[in-house]
Design a binder for this molecule. Structure first.
Ligand code: SF4
Ligand code: FE
Length: 481
């Protein structure tokens, strides 16, 4: 397993074609807008070497029997699924943001079982190819960017009906040694902090969409791939050099728009090619795993937010106010409910045909549907308790300026004996998570990451077995069906 430092060096060596704020970035790893997100991924390496949590952060490879980072593991029983969620909560607590590595973990697990089933049905050889790729990822302890979301253009039209055929990523050429693909993937979590990109279709496909039913993996610095870094609220605070206004002094998330301009993929890295009937399975499993993930990571970030509010209550002298305590307990209740869902879908998971464990899809979607709501309520309560100063506070530079700093110290102080700066730092952390740069990891991310609420409702409606429930009611009502 790589150390955090080895990981950072390995990313620094990549020759990616990346842009941020209108400029080409030569070494993303050292860019102030990107470095906090790299630090967050590095924590997934650091904790794998910490004896105190290795039972969560490492696993045993079912391919080689070697100890590996859990982010490269294939879940082989329910405890793997449970430990994944516990690890994600821990990392959310340690970073207070999105640590980005879960998309790849969720993608390899979805691919592992789906390629097995494609081969069983079609006599193809995707599973063996995929296992070779997986072994490479495990042996080298790599970060995979799981890439699913296409731009989609006109939402009312299928991929093959779009005016511009590239609005869903597609195969544009088939060659003896591989394929050429073109298109884009949006909202790519941690793309510039990844060694590999594992591409999947964005939705179920029909036979006429065969060119769009493609899955493959390529190194992240493959020629033809272009990265455009996404903006975040208040992101340029990361370039100011201070440590207060950023809210989170070390960590941040990252999302990119990733363009594939005629990228060549050798056959040994192609895991789905025109088998349209399996695109839906792949999407459902990846989305299911990622909806489970939110029952861990969002809870960990929620823990940080709750802790920040509890500190502010101390600093501001409202720790014993019953209404404030009640709101804090409400935040805890909502946060732990999300965790309960993440654990429930894991303990109820079952083996797929390949032996890999899949979460209970109904419960995983319930988990994520709650995540589209509860963090908003938690954030609302946090803003209520934090007070308006969170959004009217002068800058760190004003605090440091002798002409203004002493007035800020005097008039923004809280409980006697508490340093004003502590109060300001805590307010900035709450701002960061609720409406600042970390909204990409908590607030808006809770709505759209792993799919918007309607996507969960579609699966819940399908998985709920309404006929069974109707039968129960008819039996008790004395109706023979
Ligand atoms: Fe992991 Fe959560 Fe970030 Fe997704 S949003 S990559 S589950 S930390
Ligand atoms: Fe996400």
């Amino acid at each position: 397993m790589k150390t955090a430092q080895e990981y950072v060096e390995s990313i620094r060596r990549l020759k990616v074609n990346a842009f941020a704020q209108g400029k080409k970035i030569e070494t993303p790893a050292d860019h102030p807008l990107i470095r906090p997100s790299l630090n967050a991924v590095a924590m997934t390496y650091e904790l794998a070497h910490d004896p105190a949590c290795q039972h969560l952060t490492t696993a045993t490879s079912h391919l080689t029997g070697r100890r590996i980072n859990r982010f490269t593991n294939i879940h082989r029983d329910n405890s793997d699924l449970v430990n994944k969620v516990k690890m994600q909560r821990l990392l959310g607590q340690k970073t207070g943001t999105c640590f980005q590595r879960c998309v790849g973990m969720d993608a390899i697990n979805a691919m592992e079982s789906t390629t097995f089933e494609i081969d069983q049905s079609r006599g193809t050889c995707y599973h063996q190819r995929f296992k070779e790729f997986l072994k490479y990822i495990q042996d080298n302890d790599l970060v995979c960017d799981g890439a699913m979301t296409d731009p989609k253009g006109d939402r009312g039209k299928r991929p093959s009906q779009q005016a511009d055929p590239d609005l869903f990523l597609r195969v544009v050429k088939e060659k003896p040694d591989g394929i050429v693909v073109r298109g884009a993937k949006c909202h790519q979590t941690g793309a510039l902090n990844s060694h590999e990109i594992l591409v999947m279709p964005t939705m179920a496909m029909k036979p006429e969409d065969a060119d769009y039913a493609v899955s493959f993996a390529v190194p992240s610095d493959t020629p033809g791939i272009l990265y455009i870094l996404g903006r975040q609220a208040s992101d340029t605070r990361k370039m100011e050099g201070g440590t207060i206004d950023v809210g989170n002094v070390r960590f941040g998330g990252q999302e990119c728009l990733v363009i594939f301009e005629d990228v060549f993929v050798p056959w040994e890295r192609v895991f789905l090619f025109r088998e349209t009937e399996f695109a839906g399975t792949l999407v459902e499993r990846f989305a299911g795993y990622h909806r489970q993930s939110y029952g861990g990571c969002k809870v960990g970030v929620g823990d940080v937010l709750i802790g920040a509010i509890a500190n502010l209550m101390d600093y501001q002298g409202i720790s014993n106010a019953s209404h404030a305590r009640d709101k804090l307990v409400e935040m805890i209740h909502l946060n732990e409910t999300l965790y309960a869902c993440g654990l429930a879908c894991s303990t109820e998971g079952k083996a797929t045909a390949s032996g890999t464990y899949l979460i209970d899809l109904l419960l995983a979607n319930i988990c994520k549907l709650n995540v589209t709501r509860f963090p908003y309520e938690i954030a609302r309560l946090a803003e209520d308790l934090a007070g308006g100063l969170m959004v009217t506070l002068p800058s760190e530079a004003d605090l440091r300026n002798p002409a203004t700093g002493p007035y800020m110290e005097k008039y923004l102080q809280g409980v006697c004996g508490t340093a004003t700066e502590c109060r300001l730092r805590m307010l900035r952390l709450v701002e960061n998570i609720t409406i600042g740069a970390a909204a990409v990891a908590y607030r808006t991310e809770s709505m759209h990451g792993a799919g918007p609420p309607q996507a969960m409702k579609v699966v819940i409606g399908r998985q709920a077995d309404l006929d069974h429930k109707k039968g129960l009611a008819k039996t008790l009502a004395g109706i023979e069906s």
